[in-house]
Design a protein around this ligand. Structure first.
Ligand code: ADE
Length: 249
């Protein structure tokens, strides 16, 4: 898979792309990342890349001309899927990560300052992605998030099974992932739940389902809209709430 990143801040990627899951994919030639410094396509002695917005407003906008010059020198190939990063795009999620991980060639267009002339999106982008409802100083951090999520599908984890039970993956049926424990058995006066030591896989599955339900109930009730909830699940949540209220009284 080839990922091309068009940015004004190429050194931003040095550390995140040399370690961890992304570094692993790059070092094993599973993912090839080409970081293009757009500044090279700027004009004049100062390599100008931006200008004031028509109609007024704060800050500077990256020009469409800058991208035209890049694409004149590097024509867009028909199979090159191009994503523009912007807080006004569709919100990124696990399904989108999976979809992008199946592409052979992707180009990411990253904005900075107050954004990019809208005609760049119209001319070159296949879609626009936001990583969440907040505004970053640029698309660089957002693109690292997306590359990381993609690399998890490309074998960067070393163990494909670890994906299955992830939050937002099919194995959890739309619930948040259950809590995990490792050694020691007891720390800070907190014990590992005994069922996890029982070797009874059915009981462990049931326990984890309840943990997932409670966590989702506590932090992300919005997710329940898409989850197939059984009567047993509802009783489990009810039971949890009843125990919690008893402990508090
Ligand atoms: N650029 C600035 N904010 C962003 C966001 N939330 N997602 C993607 N790109 C961005």
């Amino acid at each position: 898979m080839n990922i091309k990143i068009l940015t004004l801040f190429d050194d931003y990627f040095d550390s995140p792309f040399s370690t961890g899951i992304i570094g692993n994919c790059i070092n094993h030639d599973i993912v090839n990342v080409d970081i293009v410094n757009l500044r090279e396509y700027g004009t004049g002695n100062y390599k100008k890349c931006d200008d004031y917005p028509y109609g007024g407003g704060p800050g500077l906008i990256m020009t469409a001309d800058l991208f035209n010059r890049y694409y004149e020198n590097n024509p867009k190939k028909s199979d090159d899927y191009t994503v523009l990063f912007s807080p006004t795009g569709t919100v990124f999620n696990q399904a989108k990560a999976k979809e992008l991980s199946m592409k052979d060639n992707i180009t990411f267009i990253l904005g900075h300052y107050e954004g990019i002339d809208s005609r760049v999106e119209t001319t070159y982008a296949d879609e626009s992605i936001s990583i969440g409802d907040y505004v970053l100083s640029g698309g660089e951090a957002a693109s690292i998030v997306v590359v990381d999520a993609i690399c998890r599908y490309k074998g960067g984890l070393g163990n494909e099974n670890s994906l299955i039970d992830d939050t937002f993956e099919e194995g959890t049926n739309g619930l948040l992932e259950y809590e995990q424990y490792t050694r020691p058995l007891e720390i800070n006066n907190l014990k590992v739940p005994s069922v996890l030591l029982s070797g009874d896989h059915k009981k462990i599955r049931e326990f984890r389902r309840i943990q997932s339900l409670i966590r989702t109930f506590t932090y992300r009730q919005d997710l329940f809209v898409k989850v197939d909830i059984t009567k047993k699940d509802i009783f489990a949540i009810y039971d949890y709430l009843a125990k919690k209220s008893n402990n508090n009284s």
